[in-house]
Design a protein around this ligand. Structure first.
Ligand code: SAH
Length: 356
C-alpha cells in the first residue's frame, strides 16, 4: 500500500531543506519561499501560480504538496464538531476531528494509519498498524482543515490547538512526530505555539524520556486507564512492557524538564476500573504530582464487548479523586452523534466498503 509515497512530500521539508531541494533543481532560492508560502496555505502544486510552468511540472512529477485530501466531512448537529475522513496519496484513509471551543478550534490529528499498540477498547488498533505517517502528512491534516476553514470564510481563524490523539501512537512514530512538531512551530511556517499542543501516549517509557529532552513545551497526556499493573494489563498489552511505576517516573522527569504538568487519561470501563478502590489507589499513586486526571467515559466498541460507565459511576469516581485532592475533570464528549471517538468513523467506512 505504499506506491503513492514514492513522491516526496513537500510539507515534510523545513524551509532550509526545501531551499536545498529547489537549488538542486537549478532554481533560485526565492522559489523555495514561494512554495513554502503556498504549502502553508494548503495549496496543491497546480495552484502555485507564481511559479514558472516548468518548475510546477517538475514538482508535480516528483512531489506532492502535503498529500492529505478531505474525502468526507460529517458535522455534529449537537455542537458543530466536524469529523473528517482524509485520503492519503496511496489510498489509505485516516480520520480527524475538529472541536469548536470559545477560545478557538482544536484539531485531533492521527500519526499512523491504524496502530500496533492493541489497546482492547480502541477501534484504531483492530487491524494493526498499516504504516507510519510522514511529518508532512501529519501537518497536512492541519493544512487541509485550515484551507477548508479559509475557503468558507477568509477572515476566520484557523486551527488554534492541536491534539495528537487520533489514530496511532505518536511515540511509536517518533522521528516523524518530532519533525512535525518542529514544522508546526516554525516561525516562517504556521508558527503555532507548542503550548497549544498535547501529545497523547500509551506510555512508551524510553520514548517518553527521550521526548523530555527535545526541548518542546508540549503537554504530555498519558493514557493510564488503570490504578495498577494487573488491571492495566487487562486493557493494554503495552502494560506488559512497562509498569505504572516506570511510567510515573518518566512523567516526573518530563515535569522536571519541561515545567509542564502531565495529564493522565483514564477511560472508565464498566466492571473493570471504576470502583471506589480503583479511585483510591489511583489517587494514592498520583499524590504530590503536578498533574491532572481526565476522566473519559468509555465509548463502547462493539467488536470488543467493553462497556462504558453510567452517570453515577462517573460522578462517584470524580468525587472520590477530588476528596483525595487530585485535580480531575470529565472530558467533554463532543460530536456524540457522529462517532467522535477514535477510529470509529474510519472503521464504519471500511466495513461499509468490505460489505459493498
Ligand atoms: N496512542 C495514543 C493516542 C491515541 S488515542 C494513546 O494511547 O494515548 C487517544 C485517547 O483515546 C487515548 O487515551 C485512548 O486510550 C483513548 N481511547 C481509545 N479508544 C477509546 C474508547 N473507545 N473510549 C474512550 N477513549 C478511548
Amino acid at each position: 500500500m505504499t506506491q503513492g509515497l514514492q513522491k516526496r512530500n513537500l510539507a515534510s521539508m523545513s524551509l532550509t531543506e526545501l531551499t536545498e531541494y529547489v537549488k538542486s533543481l537549478s532554481e533560485g532560492a526565492f522559489r523555495a519561499k514561494q512554495i513554502y508560502g503556498w504549502i502553508c496555505k494548503g495549496a496543491e502544486i497546480g495552484e502555485m501560480t507564481n511559479l514558472p510552468a516548468r518548475l510546477r511540472e517538475r514538482l508535480m512529477e516528483e512531489c506532492v504538496s502535503f498529500g492529505v485530501h478531505i474525502r468526507e466531512c460529517v458535522t455534529s448537529k449537537i455542537d458543530g464538531t466536524e469529523k473528517y475522513l482524509y485520503e492519503l496519496t496511496d489510498g489509505n484513509i485516516i480520520e480527524g476531528v475538529r472541536m469548536r471551543y470559545h477560545y478557538g478550534d482544536t484539531l485531533c490529528v492521527s500519526t499512523q494509519v491504524g496502530c500496533r499498540m492493541g489497546c482492547r477498547f480502541c477501534a484504531s488498533t483492530l487491524e494493526g498498524c498499516v504504516r507510519d505517517l510522514e511529518a508532512g502528512e501529519i501537518l497536512g491534516q492541519i493544512l487541509a482543515v485550515n484551507r477548508r476553514i479559509h475557503d468558507e470564510d477568509e477572515k476566520a481563524n484557523g486551527i488554534h490547538n492541536v491534539v495528537l490523539m487520533g489514530s496511532g501512537e505518536p511515540l511509536d512514530n517518533y522521528d516523524n512526530t518530532v519533525k512535525f512538531l518542529r514544522l508546526l512551530n516554525a516561525p516562517e511556517g504556521l508558527n503555532l505555539s507548542l503550548r497549544n499542543v498535547s501529545l497523547s501516549t500509551c506510555g512508551l517509557v524510553p520514548r517518553m524520556r527521550q521526548f523530555a529532552n527535545e526541548g518542546l513545551p508540549v503537554t504530555l497526556s498519558v493514557s493510564l486507564h488503570a490504578p495498577d499493573d494487573e488491571i492495566r494489563k487487562q486493557l493494554m498489552p503495552v502494560a506488559n512492557a512497562y509498569s505504572i511505576d516506570d511510567i510515573l517516573d518518566a512523567c516526573r522527569e518530563y515535569i522536571a524538564k519541561t515545567g509542564r504538568r502531565v495529564i493522565f487519561e483514564y477511560a472508565l470501563v464498566r466492571g473493570v476500573n471504576c470502583s471506589d478502590d480503583c479511585a483510591d489507589k489511583l489517587a494514592a499513586r498520583l499524590r504530590g504530582m503536578q498533574c491532572h486526571v481526565n476522566v473519559i467515559p468509555l465509548n463502547d466498541v462493539k467488536e470488543r464487548q467493553l462497556e462504558g460507565p453510567d452517570e453515577r459511576m462517573i460522578q462517584g469516581f470524580l468525587k472520590r479523586l477530588e476528596m483525595r485532592h487530585i485535580s480531575a475533570t470529565r472530558r467533554r464528549e463532543m460530536g456524540d452523534d457522529i462517532q467522535g471517538a477514535c477510529g470509529q468513523l474510519r472503521r464504519s467506512r471500511l466495513e461499509g466498503e468490505a460489505n459493498a
